[in-house]
Design a protein around this ligand. Structure first.
Ligand code: UT7
Length: 326
C-alpha cells in the first residue's frame, strides 16, 4: 500500500509589494534586493485576512484538482508559523470554513520545512490504516511577523498558501522523507516574543520583539549545506542517482541559496523550480505553491521522480522523494 498526491492547489493574495515600493519604505534598492536575493515582488494579505483564509482557498483548489468534494476529506493538517491565533488551530478554522465536521484537524510548526514534515505526517496517518484521504496545507501570513523598518528582513517575506490532497493507493507516490532539526540554532531565526517565554507586554511591543529576527549570513551558509545534504541523503536512502530526478522543488529563501545547492550537487539549476522573483519567502508555503505551479505548467509527468527540499527556523531541514502518479 502507498500514498499518492491526488491534487494540488495554491492561493496568493492579490496585493503586490514590489522592490520599488521598498525603496520608499527603507534604505534599499531594487538592484540590491534583486542581486542579493532574486526577489522582485511578493504578495501581501490585506488587513483582516489571515492564514486560514489563504489556506482554505488553496485547499478548495487542491480538492477541485483531485476531483473530489471537501466532504471526502478525512483529516486536515496545516503547517504554519503565522496562525490566525495561538488557538484554535488554523487547521480547525479551515475545517469549519470547508463545512466539515468530525474529522481530526491540527497545526504543526516546522517553519519553512513545514510542508515537508506535513507530507510525512499525512502519509503515516494513511499508512496506519485509519484514514484514506487528507489535506496537507501550508499557509503563511509572514507579513504579520515582518518588521517593515528592518531592511535586512522585510524585503524577503511574503504571504501565500499551498495544499495537496493525499490519498491511499496501490502505488507509492510519497515514497519517503529525510527530516532533521537542530534546536541549538534557535536564535538564528526566531520571533522572540509573544510565546510563553516572553509574553506580549508594552515592553515587547515597544522593542519590536514580536517580529522575525534573523542572522542572515550565518543562515545562508547553513542553508546551502543542509539543503545539499538533504538531497544527497534522500538519493542515498532510496538508492537513486541524481539523473533519476526530473524536478527539484526547493524552498525559496534566496536565489543564491538555490544556486549554491545546485552547484554543490552538480545538478543543473534548470532542474530546480524557481518562482522566488514573484513571491519571496513564504516560509512553509513556498514548496507547495511551487509544486502546484510546476504541475499546472506541465513540468511534471506521470512516473517522474521529484524531490522537495527545504530549510528554515528551528533550525529544521529535509527532503521528500515523490513519484508523480496522477
Ligand atoms: O527561510 C529560511 C531562512 N532564511 C534564510 O535562509 C535566509 C538566508 N540569508 C540570506 O538570504 C542572505 O543572508 C540575506 C539576503 C538575508 C542577506 O544577504 P547577504 O549577502 O548575506 O548580505 P549581508 O547580510 O551580509 O549584508 C551585506 C550588506 C550589509 O551592509 P554592510 O554592513 O556591508 O554595510 C547590510 O546592512 O547589505 C546590507 N543590507 C542591505 N542593503 C540594502 C542588508 N539588507 C539590505 C537591504 N538593502 N534590504
Amino acid at each position: 500500500m502507498g500514498v499518492v498526491i491526488k491534487g494540488t492547489g495554491s492561493y496568493l493574495p492579490e496585493i503586490i509589494l514590489t522592490n520599488r515600493d521598498f525603496e520608499m519604505m527603507v534604505d534599499t534598492s531594487d538592484e540590491w534586493i534583486t542581486t542579493r536575493t532574486g526577489i522582485k515582488e511578493r504578495r501581501i494579505a490585506p488587513r483582516g485576512m489571515a492564514s486560514s483564509d489563504l489556506g482554505v482557498e488553496a485547499a478548495k483548489r487542491a480538492c477541485e484538482d483531485a476531483g473530489i468534494s471537501p466532504e471526502d476529506i478525512e483529516f486536515i493538517i496545516c503547517a504554519t508559523i503565522s496562525p490566525d491565533k495561538f488557538f484554535p488551530s488554523t487547521a480547525c478554522l479551515i475545517q469549519s470554513k470547508l463545512g466539515l465536521r468530525d474529522i481530526p484537524s491540527f497545526d504543526f510548526s516546522a517553519a519553512c520545512s513545514g510542508f515537508l514534515y506535513g507530507l510525512e505526517i499525512g502519509k503515516n496517518f494513511i499508512l496506519n490504516g485509519e484514514y484514506r484521504r487528507g489535506l496537507v496545507i501550508a499557509s503563511e501570513c509572514m507579513s504579520r511577523l515582518t518588521d517593515y523598518t528592518d531592511r535586512s528582513t522585510c524585503v524577503l517575506l511574503g504571504d501565500g498558501a499551498g495544499a495537496v490532497v493525499i490519498e491511499k493507493s496501490d502505488e507509492e507516490g510519497i515514497v519517503g522523507s529525510y527530516l532533521s532539526s537542530d534546536g541549538s540554532y534557535e536564535k538564528l531565526l526566531h520571533a522572540p516574543a509573544g510565546g510563553s517565554r516572553l509574553p506580549a507586554s508594552f515592553d515587547t511591543v515597544e522593542r519590536r520583539l514580536h517580529f522575525m529576527k534573523m542572522e542572515g549570513s550565518a543562515l545562508f551558509k547553513i542553508a546551502i549545506q543542509a539543503m545539499s545534504n538533504s538531497v544527497k541523503k534522500i538519493l542515498e536512502k532510496y538508492n537513486l542517482k541524481k539523473e533519476d530526478i526530473s524536478l527539484i522543488v526547493p524552498h525559496q529563501a534566496n536565489l543564491r541559496i538555490i544556486a549554491g545547492v545546485a552547484r554543490n550537487l552538480d545538478i543543473p539549476i534548470e532542474k530546480f523550480y524557481i518562482n522566488i522573483e514573484k513571491y519571496g519567502n513564504m516560509s512553509a508555503a513556498c514548496v507547495p505553491v511551487a509544486l502546484d505551479e510546476a504541475v499546472k505548467k506541465g513540468l511534471v509527468k506521470k512516473g517522474d521522480f521529484l524531490i522537495t527540499v527545504a530549510f528554515g527556523g528551528g533550525l529544521t531541514w529535509g527532503a521528500n522523494l515523490i513519484r508523480w502518479i496522477k
